[in-house]
Write a protein that binds this ligand. Structure first.
Ligand code: SF4
Length: 213
């Protein structure tokens, strides 16, 4: 089975996910994705939702507002996400970084992956999530779920994040829209079937999976 066959099997089973969820009133809308990508580190999405709502209630919904906000006010808003002091600081620093481009549009068009990675608290998974979901760039997101599923399926197990990313980007040659869907399906599949203790019964990949439970 190749990577696109896995994609089609997951899509048929889980249906389209339409990621990334945008449920709040941020401006621009893509900035909610960036805030969510920073807030989701080391916590679950329920807590991220509460923090996004906190930012919305405080009117801290744009790079401009966050870059000018008092750090204590940001901390209060994002407290439910855990590590709230660290995350408040990262949100503010990242907002200043966006504003340094002059506008969100300029940032969106010209920021590079390397520039994102040079920001405090932005690792490769967060950078690729921002590139793919907020900026519409063709950048494959690798997470623990991706590694777990594809290792169990019998694909080569790579050592580094960049090796995993290069593997997907050279084997999945479609556009950013499909990349978005593919990552969402991987997350869905890891939660529904390929958990730490997998539920292999009725798994759409069961007939080709190398791991036997
Ligand atoms: S068969 Fe089991 S281990 Fe293999 S992908 Fe499905 S859930 Fe994961």
């Amino acid at each position: 089975m190749d990577t696109m066959s896995v994609y089609h099997a997951l899509l048929e089973h889980h249906k389209t996910k339409g990621w990334w969820p945008i449920d709040h009133d941020f401006f621009p809308r893509e900035f909610e994705i960036i805030a969510g990508a920073i807030l989701t580190q080391n916590t679950n999405w329920i807590n991220v939702e509460k923090a996004l709502k906190g930012l919305e209630d405080a009117g801290l919904t744009s790079p401009e507002a966050l870059s000018n906000a008092n750090i204590k006010e940001i901390e209060k808003s994002v407290r439910p996400s855990g590590f709230f002091r660290q995350k408040a600081q990262r949100l503010k620093i990242f907002s200043v970084f966006i504003m340094d481009f002059g506008s969100f549009e300029n940032f969106s068009e010209s920021v590079t992956r390397e520039e994102l990675l040079s920001q405090k608290g932005i690792g490769p998974e967060t950078a690729d999530s921002i590139l793919l979901y907020a900026l519409g760039r063709r950048s494959f997101v690798i997470d623990a779920y991706t590694k777990r599923i594809f290792t169990r399926l019998g694909f080569q197990c790579f050592r580094t994040y960049d090796e995993w990313r290069e593997f997907f980007e050279s084997n999945v040659t479609e556009d950013a829209g499909l990349y978005r869907e593919y990552h969402a399906l991987i997350v869905e599949h890891a939660k529904a079937h390929c958990r730490v203790k997998p539920i292999c019964e009725k798994c759409p990949l069961g007939s080709v999976c190398a791991r036997k439970f």
